[in-house]
Design a protein around this ligand. Structure first.
Ligand SMILES: Cc1ncc(COP(=O)(O)O)c(C=O)c1O
Length: 471
């Protein structure tokens, strides 16, 4: 029988489509209320960190160089108080097969799809993950479809997104290009249903487990070279997989005291699903438009429960600006000879400021670099911003107004991260979790929320009292 393919019919079949396309029944981990068995879901991958390392090593992924940024460290120290300015190192994730840490996720997802007997893989992403899945699919002999939101309603695309679409095609994927709007999820489900391919979701346990090797390698490399763990690890935050996987890997290596800091570009006020605002931004990932919603409401992606749960793992969440990241991109190239893309440099822009809070003998590791390419460079981004009416000038990042201007720092001394309130985000996560409860919240729900928000019972109960929710 032919299935109806209109929007409502496909969305109505989303649970069965997701189940068939992941080879995993999320109901096995549900409690019927707010709580679910997160660790059970993560171990359902059935892969140990050693096995993941083996999969990645076979496919050009992982064991990337850990580079010390001596000149940038020296510059940060000029602006720090005496004795301060930690050594800044960066994991050169651009050395992975398709040029970003996303290969770690894709290697596992594609290997898992192959093991389960699927003929191909699908991912819905406008980001580097598309290239990662396309590259891994080519390497592991699978077919690949990437569904991307590329354009506004006039068919105009942000240079970086267009660049990423080109890269997926170059790597042999079929790319379905969409305009911004709600059809992404529909199209993704519909193509999964028609093709019978595996859902190589960014948020599956297979994908997130793949990032654990990154945190693990950082801890092991630092111990070997410096005889100690890093004091701080800074991760660019969008969907939360980087923070979650890296922190889990650090914990698996026993680096329990390393502070995990999430960093995003502040795009407050710009709406990601808005046709008009879609092209007013000069970065396409690692910004608060993804980072905050995914931290406070993780279960909204293309799987019933997200394995990326960054609030469980972050010690701090800081923001930088588009201008700071652009300046840092040039600083990394000019001072260290490393020409790399913007998303990795988001964490580095934050790290330049954060290193100044730490003593000189401490180690700060930025978890990644990413590849660069024509659409990712500063110049096309600034040209595109100008064409979209954005004012560009040198000044203090305090003057930053997303969607209105780009403020390039007038000197390196004005880099300064802003702190987001984790308590506010914790309360937001609790509020968004409540509708899953059938009636009163159970003791199991409260215990789950304590872990999911990395808080304590008193905090969760106070938040529920504030909301007038019974437990
Ligand atoms: C190069 C790069 N770094 C960092 C991120 C953020 O990772 P996550 O979405 O797992 O938070 C992304 C993804 O969007 C990325 O492509």
């Amino acid at each position: 029988m032919k299935l109806a393919k209109d929007y409502n019919s496909v969305m109505g079949r989303s649970a069965e489509i997701m189940k068939a396309s992941l080879g995993l029944d999320f109901n096995d981990f549900e409690s019927g209320s707010v709580a679910f068995d997160y660790e059970g879901l993560m171990t359902a991958t059935g892969y140990t960190i050693e096995e993941i390392d083996k999969i990645q090593s076979r496919t050009g992924v992982g064991h990337t160089p850990l580079l010390e940024l001596r000149n940038i460290t020296a510059l940060a120290r000029k602006y720090a108080k005496p004795g301060y300015g930690a050594r800044i190192l960066v994991k050169d994730e651009a050395a992975n097969a398709s040029g970003s840490f996303k290969d770690r996720r894709a290697a596992c997802a594609v290997a898992h799809a192959k093991k389960l007997g699927y003929k191909g893989v699908i991912a819905a992403t406008s980001g580097n993950y598309g290239a990662a899945v396309a590259s891994q699919a080519a390497m592991q002999g699978m077919k690949c479809i990437i569904v991307q939101e590329c354009y506004d309603s006039k068919g105009v695309g942000q240079p970086e997104i267009v660049e990423k679409a080109r890269k997926c095609e170059a790597l042999g994927a079929e790319v379905i290009q969409l305009t911004v709007g709600p059809e992404l999820f529909y199209e993704h489900l519909s193509v999964m249903e028609d093709s019978g391919y595996f859902n190589a979701s960014l948020y599956s346990p297979f994908g997130i487990a793949g990032v654990e090797t990154l945190g693990y390698e950082i801890a092991m490399d630092c111990r070997e070279r410096f005889g100690k763990d890093p004091a701080m690890v800074v991760c660019t935050q969008a969907g939360g997989g980087m923070v979650t996987g890296t922190a889990r890997g650090l914990i698996k290596a026993g680096a329990e005291n390393t502070e995990v800091v999430a960093a995003s570009i502040d795009l407050t006020g710009l709406h990601m699903a808005s046709d008009v605002q879609f092209n007013k931004k000069s970065c396409t990932t690692g910004h608060t438009g993804f980072g905050v919603p995914h931290a406070t409401n993780p279960d909204t992606g293309d799987v019933p429960r997200s394995a990326a749960r960054p609030l469980r793992y972050m010690d701090r969440y800081v923001t930088t600006t588009q201008g700071e990241v652009m300046y840092m991109t040039e600083m990394l190239a000019n001072l260290e000879g490393l020409e790399r893309g913007p998303a990795g440099n988001t964490a580095l822009a934050a790290a330049f400021s954060l290193a100044q809070e730490l003593p000189e003998d401490e180690i700060l590791v930025v978890t990644e670099t990413e590849y660069t390419g024509a659409g990712k460079h500063i110049q096309p981004q600034l040209d595109f911003a100008r064409e979209n009416g954005i004012e560009i000038f040198f000044g203090n990042p305090d003057q930053d107004e997303p969607g209105k201007n780009i403020v390039l720092p007038e000197n390196p001394g004005v880099f300064k991260v802003k702190e987001l309130s984790l308590d506010k985000m914790r309360k937001s996560l609790i509020k968004r979790s409540v509708p899953r409860a059938a009636g009163k919240l159970t003791a199991e729900d409260i215990a789950f929320l304590v872990v999911d928000t990395r808080s304590d019972e008193a905090f969760v109960k106070a938040a529920l009292d504030e909301l007038g929710v019974e437990y």
